[in-house]
Ligand binder design. Structure first.
Ligand code: NAD
Ligand code: UPG
Length: 440
């Protein structure tokens, strides 16, 4: 099938590469010429395990190409995937300007039937706006061409995006007409050879399903963060509690890890956008309001712990920080808790040496050339002369560190672990102080 992908970011590039991998002929469009230049020169503009090889393989096979030409992109695919950003507006609602611009481009240039597939995360009712934008452009041109608008939200996780796309738990398709539905079914058929994964519904339900999934996952995390804080006060250990409740299949083990709060480009903005949609429609989502408040507070948990250990005075202290990305296996720093922690330390007069295997470049871009933050080339190099080690992202390479080496390098043998990576007894066995989230 001939497919165009509009927006070559985390979702667009993964979608394009994976659909090409299944034998489709894919053209990816982006308005950012830098990204397209990198891709056309054989590189990829983001870090995502397995993606670069897949992109190269499909480009070489002639199934995947990149362009900045809107005309070429609209002419290419019968299926036009919109995978542009939907960042939060000032009031928390999803900013749909890029989605609408993409739709207008399609309307401006299409010459035959197109299925416009919304893959971006968009509020309920957006498909109607997309349909309307295209209708206006066609009317402007004085032409009548058939088109369909469908919703096909994406559920991939960064760091595991290729795998998630190739082996999806489900493929949600929201469609209101049979012609589009049949093309979408054919497209995703190869992804469900082993069992049925396609879930078909109306467009509005599909749009809401995406927000509901993220909101539910964010709720689990905030719930566990609150319980972890309670466990600490009560002398219980949240790790035991996590295992104790996760063993109930109705609860399950996934997404029960407490920490320094959820970040990334999705949960924070999607929780906000859903609340906004609800309040615009006269509904107050009380649970989600609390989920967001708990998460905002949790990002300061590490600073509170440091205040406790250093008698409320961090002036002149220096800290080693492991992990900058909002989660492991990505270079994405959008809404990363590390940013709140680093800014909080600087405000309190402390300095930081940070280490991250992939995200340093992105962190530098976002934080700027700020005084008081340095970057180390290895985890151990970050430790020299630090008053404590702070763990913010659970990269695998931090799992079995050289504890005696850590003890020797730190001024005070203290690890504050925002991701509960270690067994407290093991760490204390090396005569290190250990303070994790909700642990004894
Ligand atoms: N990142 C994720 O893990 C993830 C997962 C599922 C869903 N989503 C959703 O998918 C959407 C895209 O997210 P992302 O993380 O890939 O964003 P991104 O910022 O990485 O990429 C978006 C790309 O779209 C391009 N763009 C903007 N306007 C354009 C236009 N008119 N024509 C062509 N290109 C244009 C931008 O230059 C950018 O490269 C969002 O709605 C997001 O909420 C993201
Ligand atoms: O038990 C957990 C699990 C996750 N997190 C944090 O939650 C955030 C989000 O993690 P994750 O969901 O793994 O990453 P994303 O790439 O943001 O993926 C989410 O957001 C995407 C964009 O909408 C969806 O497609 C995915 O299904 C959804 O998991 C990160 O800061 C994690 O550290 C926790 O604190 N505890």
């Amino acid at each position: 099938m001939k497919i165009s992908i509009i927006g070559t970011g985390y979702v667009g590039l993964v979608t394009g590469a994976c659909l090409a991998e299944m034998g489709n002929n894919v053209l990816c469009l982006d308005v950012d010429p830098r990204k397209i230049e990198i891709l056309n020169n054989g590189g990829i503009p983001i870090y995502e395990p397995g993606l670069e090889v897949m992109v190269k393989r499909n480009v070489a096979a002639g199934r995947l190409a990149f362009t900045t030409s809107v005309e070429a992109s609209v002419a290419h695919g019968t299926l036009q995937f919109i995978a542009v950003g939907t960042p939060p507006d000032e009031d928390g609602s999803a900013d749909l300007q890029y989605v609408v611009a993409a739709a207008r481009n399609i309307g401006r240039h299409m010459a035959e039937y197109k299925v416009v597939v919304d893959k971006s995360t968009v509020p309920v009712g957006t498909a109607d706006r997309v349909r309307e934008a295209i209708r206006e452009e066609l009317a402007q041109r004085g032409v009548q061409i058939d088109y369909s608008v469908v919703s096909n939200p994406e559920f991939l996780k960064e760091g595991a995006a290729v795998d998630d796309f190739m082996r999806p738990d489900r493929v949600v398709i929201g469609a209101d007409d049979e012609r589009a539905l049949s093309l979408m079914r054919n497209l995703y058929q190869p992804f469900q050879r082993n069992h049925e994964r396609i879930i078909i519904m109306d467009v509005r339900s599909a749009e809401l399903t995406k927000y509901a999934a993220n909101a539910m996952l964010a709720t689990r995390i905030s719930f566990m963060n609150e319980l972890a804080n309670l466990a600490e006060v009560m002398g219980a250990d949240i790790e035991h509690v996590r295992k104790g409740i996760g063993s109930d299949p109705r609860i399950g083990y996934h997404f029960l890890y407490p920490g320094v709060g959820y970040g990334g480009s999705c949960f924070p903005k999607d929780v906000q956008a859903l609340q906004r949609t609800a309040s615009e429609n006269g509904i107050n989502l009380h649970v989600l309001n609390a989920v967001e408040r708990v998460n905002d507070a949790q990002k300061f948990r590490m600073l509170q712990k440091l205040d406790k250990h250093f008698d409320g005075d961090l002036q002149g202290r220096h800290f080693a920080l492991w992990g900058l990305a909002f989660k492991p296996n990505t270079d994405d720093m959008r809404d990363a808790p590390s940013l709140v922690i680093i800014r909080g330390l600087l405000e309190r007069g402390a300095t930081v040496t940070a280490y991250d295997p992939i995200a340093v470049h992105e962190a530098q871009r976002i934080l700027g050339n700020v005084e008081g933050v340095r970057y180390a080339s290895s985890p151990m190099n970050a430790l020299e002369g630090a008053d404590a080690l702070l763990i913010v992202t659970e990269w695998k390479e931090f799992r079995s560190p050289d504890f005696p080496g850590i003890k020797a390098a730190l001024k005070r043998p203290l690890i504050v672990d925002g991701r509960n990576m270690y067994d407290p007894a093991l760490v204390r066995g090396f005569e290190l102080e250990y303070d994790a989230i909700g642990r004894k």
